[in-house]
Write a protein that binds this ligand. Structure first.
Ligand code: C2E
Ligand code: CA
Ligand code: CA
Ligand code: CA
Length: 287
């Protein structure tokens, strides 16, 4: 007769299976996964709030794991950061997405929109402190022929809190070349707003939590005031404001009225394959 204990091992529950994927298993599989080309990138459009045009896209990495299917970055980026694999992985993401931006430029660049599509790439703090960052970026831009001002590197606010000059130096050099630096997840890191002047950033990416609070109507008046304050401070420092996580038209409208410049979210498009961005940019340029 089967005991309760015996039963435990006979269950074929795919969800329990998925939960059983250990950090250890994924961590040890990471280097080979990079060699085998198991990573791929989805692109999510960045839309101008004023006229609704597609201005570019953020590159978001995924892992097509041979047993477990598609894994999101939250599942493996922390592991890659822990082992240092984030450096070659991040370099691959940068090269692949800049190459993709080059292709958009060739196919749709000047004819459809009068500006090239921009590409936003996330940078882990480990990449920031890696000495090869500036040189790698320069080489990738030269190899692909993409202009530095078509590239935006996103760094989280928390990665730059208390950053010393050594950490800021590579970002300054990239900014001097014309690469935009965006402060990601802004508003969650409790950084000193005056500190912003010290950082070589040109874009603030407002954290999704602010967008979420715009879902309620009327929105929380305190949140409205905070966003209004951030936008006016950002603009007075010559920074553009991007909002993420926009899921409804009402949110988009509220954030537009508050003066935000660019938006990103499911309301416009979910992250998807590069061809999808071709379509969106094309529709946008012709319609
Ligand atoms: P993030 O940079 O804040 O990226 C935005 C996340 O919000 C993405 O999750 C995106 O799919 C999701 N998102 C977009 N629109 C909406 C929306 O309307 N509603 C909601 N609820 N979510 C939305 P994803 O792709 O799972 O990425 C998670 C995080 O992983 C990213 O957060 C980023 O920090 C990190 N990441 C992604 N790709 C890379 C990479 O190549 N390198 C590094 N270092 N980190 C990456
Ligand atoms: Ca980001
Ligand atoms: Ca620029
Ligand atoms: Ca973000």
């Amino acid at each position: 007769a089967k005991s309760a204990g015996g039963n435990r091992f006979e269950l074929a529950d795919p969800e329990a299976d998925a939960r059983a994927i250990t950090r250890h298993g994924l961590t040890t599989a990471l280097p080979a996964a990079l060699d085998r080309g198991e990573f791929f990138i989805e692109y999510q459009p960045l839309v101008h709030l004023g006229d609704g045009s597609v201005r570019g896209a953020e590159a978001l990495v995924r892992w097509l794991h041979p047993q477990h299917g598609v894994l999101g970055p939250d599942r493996f980026i922390p592991l890659a950061e822990h082992t240092g694999l984030i450096v070659p992985l991040g370099r691959w993401v940068l090269e692949e997405s800049v190459r993709q931006a080059r292709e958009w430029g060739e196919r749709y660049g000047d004819g459809t929109a009068d500006r090239p599509l921009r590409i936003n790439v996330n940078l882990s703090p480990c990449q920031l402190s890696h000495p090869g960052l500036v040189q790698d970026t320069v080489e990738i831009l030269e190899r692909t022929g993409v202009q530095p001002d078509s590239l935006c590197l996103e760094v989280t606010e928390s990665a730059l809190i208390g950053a010393d000059n050594d950490l800021l130096k590579p970002l300054r050099r990239l900014a001097e070349m014309g690469v935009d630096i965006a402060l990601d997840d802004f508003g969650t890191g409790y950084s000193n707003l005056a500190n912003l002047r010290r950082l070589p950033v040109s874009i603030l990416k407002l954290d999704r939590s602010f967008t979420q609070s715009m879902q309620r109507f009327p929105a929380d008046p305190v949140d409205l005031k905070i966003v209004e304050g951030i936008v006016s401070l950002a603009h007075s420092l010559d920074l553009a404001v991007t909002v993420e996580g926009v899921e409804t038209g009402a949110q988009a409208e509220q954030l537009r009225i508050l003066g935000c410049d660019t938006a990103q979210g499911w309301y416009y498009a979910r992250p998807g394959p590069p061809e999808r961005l071709h379509e969106l940019a094309l529709v946008d340029a012709t319609g």
